[in-house]
Design a protein around this ligand. Structure first.
Ligand SMILES: [Zn+2]
Length: 163
């Protein structure tokens, strides 16, 4: 096989290139052996999806650039997660604020009309909260704005309950 030297996509290791005609299979077998000889294995980069030669099976990032990008993505996903936890917890607190009042109306055998009005208002609250949570996810609303909105809704149920 005629050969010359050429680099890997990242220029870290030099390999031979071969020109083949017809089937690619002999070339693939040839290369696989050359890579094994060099103590390398073929991996797919988990960040950019490129196939690269790795020194061991633990490597799943092809370059320093992808290592940095992967770290950054992990940090971003962590930040988003804690942000999500923050507004979900605030929502759960407000949910219980409404829920407990409706349970109390039922326990006290309040008029059906009052209970139904409270339940309808609670449904509306949940629906609007769901829409606002989507707005937080796409960046149109901040967690603080969402919390302020929820607190602003408290008088709705308080009024129905006659508080
Ligand atoms: Zn990569």
């Amino acid at each position: 096989m005629p050969s010359w030297s050429c680099g890997t996509p990242h220029g870290e290791i030099s390999f031979e290139c071969a020109v083949v005609s017809g089937s690619l299979r002999p070339a693939l077998i040839y290369y696989r052996q050359r890579i094994l000889d060099a103590g390398m294995i073929i991996r797919t980069c988990s960040q950019c999806g490129r196939v690269f030669f790795a020194p061991d099976s633990r490597s799943n990032l092809c370059s320093e650039r992808c290592r940095k990008a992967s770290k950054k993505a992990a940090r971003k996903s962590f930040d988003n997660k804690s942000k999500e936890e923050e507004y979900e917890q605030a929502y759960k607190r407000e949910y219980m604020f409404w829920y407990n009042r409706i349970k109390k109306l039922e326990k006290n055998r309040a008029p059906q009309e009052q209970i139904q009005r409270a339940k309808a208002a609670f449904r509306q609250f949940r629906k609007e909260a769901g829409q606002r949570k989507k707005q937080i996810q796409n960046g149109a609303l901040s967690t603080t704005q969402f919390m302020n909105w929820m607190i602003g809704q408290e008088p709705v149920i308080q009024e129905i309950c006659g508080e």
